[in-house]
Design a protein around this ligand. Structure first.
Ligand code: NAD
Length: 306
């Protein structure tokens, strides 16, 4: 058993709100921190939206869901948010500059005993350990979207992470209903994103290069491999902002013109409010997206240029 009871989740977007509620649902006392009241209000809405999903997927009662809600508190004051934290799980925007600055601020106000864990999809703990002032108590704890269902938690230390802290976080992940996946060494993208990101980029490349439309790309993958979703359905599930940030950053570093063009397409969708499943529209319409319909794999219509 871990000694972690008081959990602070910093950043209450798509993943932060899920991690926070899942921890509270599993009996932890959870404080949610975000930068302003609008973000907090949005988090409350997101978490209320989880009720139907938990009831549908885990068959729980409204009372069981409400018990989790009662273990959540919200604040925009970082000192207050972390005053009693055994662990801070950072789930803020996937942008190194913002994360550096966040850890520097956090290091000044968090108790020395507090463990810091980053949910970053692509950035390693080595990148931020100097900012934290406690490299031995810092590591990554990476969740997958829809944490209550896709319940993997990849745990990845830097070379400086204390093995005892690593074990503590492995135990904590189990206590909040995750299947802990300890990694033996640092790997940008862990196991999941080392596989997933090249896959999503390949799909976006096929679309941006004009080879095929998103639904056709998804159909091909689903029909040929038996997979339940293709790359564009997965992008919708993740939500467009995080893939956009990841792809734009790596494409800029690598001067990859196709991925820069793909990032621009994602940006157009984000600006139009097409954020994926959470906004009801992305590459598919929700709540009943075409890829879940029985006839989806039977049709292959797309405009063919002459
Ligand atoms: P998001 O854009 O939905 O949410 C980011 C949140 O961070 C927002 O609420 C924003 O207000 C807040 N924020 C920004 N700057 C902040 C600061 N300085 N202090 C506190 N809060 C701040 O993003 P997301 O998709 O939830 O991703 C968050 C993190 O989780 C990223 O590191 C991402 O790589 C990781 N992640 C995302 C997914 C996914 O499927 N979306 C999966 C695994 C991991």
């Amino acid at each position: 058993m871990s000694t972690i009871q008081n959990v602070t989740v910093a950043g209450s977007g798509v993943l932060g709100s899920q991690i926070a509620y899942q921890s509270a649902y599993c009996q932890k006392d959870v404080t949610i921190y975000d930068i302003n009241q609008a973000a907090i209000d949005q988090a409350k809405e997101r978490i209320n939206g989880l009720r139907a999903l938990y009831q549908r997927d885990l068959n729980i009662t409204a009372e069981q869901f409400a018990a989790g809600l009662h273990r959540l508190t919200y604040t925009t004051d970082l000192s207050q948010a972390v005053a009693h934290a055994d662990i801070v799980i950072e789930a803020i925007t996937e942008n190194p500059k913002i994360k550096h600055s966040f850890y520097q601020q956090l290091a000044q106000v968090a108790p020395q005993r507090t463990i810091f864990a980053s949910n970053s999809s692509t950035l390693t703990p080595s990148m931020f350990m100097a900012d934290t002032g406690r490299p031995e108590k810092f590591l990554n704890l990476h969740f997958a979207n829809q944490v209550w269902l896709n319940n993997t938690a990849e745990i990845m230390g830097s070379p400086k992470t204390d093995p005892a802290i690593f074990s503590e976080v492995v135990a904590f992940a189990g206590e909040i209903g995750m299947i802990p996946i300890p990694l033996k060494k640092e790997q940008p993208g862990y196991i999941l994103n080392s596989l997933l990101i090249p896959f999503l980029k390949s799909g976006l490349g096929l679309w941006t290069n004009g080879v095929a439309d998103p639904h056709i790309i998804d159909k091909t993958w689903m029909k040929a491999t038996g997979a339940p979703m293709g790359p564009f359905a997965i992008l919708d599930m993740i939500g467009m902002r995080t893939p956009y940030n990841i792809i734009r950053t790596t494409a800029t570093q690598e001067n990859d013109q196709v991925m820069l063009a793909a990032a621009a397409r994602l940006k157009t969708m984000i600006d139009a409010g097409q954020l994926g499943a959470e906004s009801g529209q992305g590459f598919y319409h929700y709540p009943d997206p075409a890829f879940t319909q029985p006839d989806f794999l039977q049709t292959t219509t797309q405009a063919i240029p002459h």
